[in-house]
Design a protein around this ligand. Structure first.
Ligand code: 9D3
Length: 233
């Protein structure tokens, strides 16, 4: 399940260049019974199965035998993953990510072996594996030298809390839908202002929550007043 997403170009290149190393472990390798059982019934009854503590503890201990690393549990009950959390985790030398199947893991693992609990959003998935891949992807692209210059990290949405402006490429006329005239003008100052306005307009229309967090210049505030005025009339 993990191998093909990590063979995707950017992550693959980072691994090949030795900037990152990804190790994948199978919990069943940390069981001692013939059937390699990793789950059991919940004490107190109820539906679903719980991941047994021993294989999780032994896996964490084995993986962190030579040097400790932050242990992150992917769980619907975790802190919501944000760009700033990804940025913070990208500073760590090494992290261990646990992803659960079944209804959850034994509480004693969460309490005594886990440092951080992370969710990728308020919707229910079938397991923590895809969230773990999302986290890995979000972190790896922030590690210095992983991205080329072509995709500047600093200019990203969520770094500045504004949504991106609309982008166009050739042809100039696609099925009668034209590229905005200003982008063909060659007037770089006008283009810069148009893009800023479009970013602000989009964020105002779609993500007022982000706009509250954005650092706005006096020019931005003036543009936003104009956008508000246009909406009212
Ligand atoms: C019956 C209660 N369910 C919790 C809402 C149990 C449950 C459902 C699905 C427990 C785990 C899962 C699998 N999901 C994850 O492990 C998971 C997840 C997710 O489902 N959404 C967003 N982020 C994450 S991080 C791990």
């Amino acid at each position: 399940m993990f191998s093909s997403p990590f063979k995707e170009s950017i992550i693959k290149r980072a691994v090949e260049r030795g900037i990152v190393k990804i190790n994948i472990y199978d919990l069943r390798d940390f069981t001692h019974d013939r059937h390699k059982i990793t789950d059991d019934y919940p004490y107190g009854g109820g539906a679903g199965m719980i991941m047994k503590p021993e294989p999780l503890a032994e896996a964490i201990e084995e993986v962190n035998r030579e040097s400790k690393s932050r242990v992150i549990l992917m769980t619907p009950q975790g802190d919501r993953l944000t760009q700033s959390r990804a940025r913070e985790l990208s500073q760590e030398n090494r992290i261990t990510i646990l992803c659960g199947r079944y209804e959850g893991i034994d509480e004693r693992i969460r309490a005594h072996f886990v440092d951080d609990e992370i969710s990728i959003g308020d919707y229910i998935l079938t397991g923590g594996e895809i969230p773990a891949m999302v986290l890995v992807d979000a972190i790896i692209r922030l590690i210095p030298d992983v991205l080329g210059d072509e995709a500047s990290v600093e200019e990203d949405s969520f770094s500045n809390n504004l949504l991106e402006y609309p982008q166009y490429t050739r042809p100039e006329n696609f099925r009668g839908f034209k590229v905005p005239e200003i982008l063909l003008s060659g007037n770089h100052e006008k283009i810069r202002r148009w893009r800023r306005r479009e970013s602000l307009k989009r964020t105002f229309d779609r993500r007022l929550d982000l706009l509250d967090k954005a650092e706005l210049t006096e020019e931005d505030k003036k543009i936003l007043e104009e956008i508000r005025a246009e909406k009212i009339k």
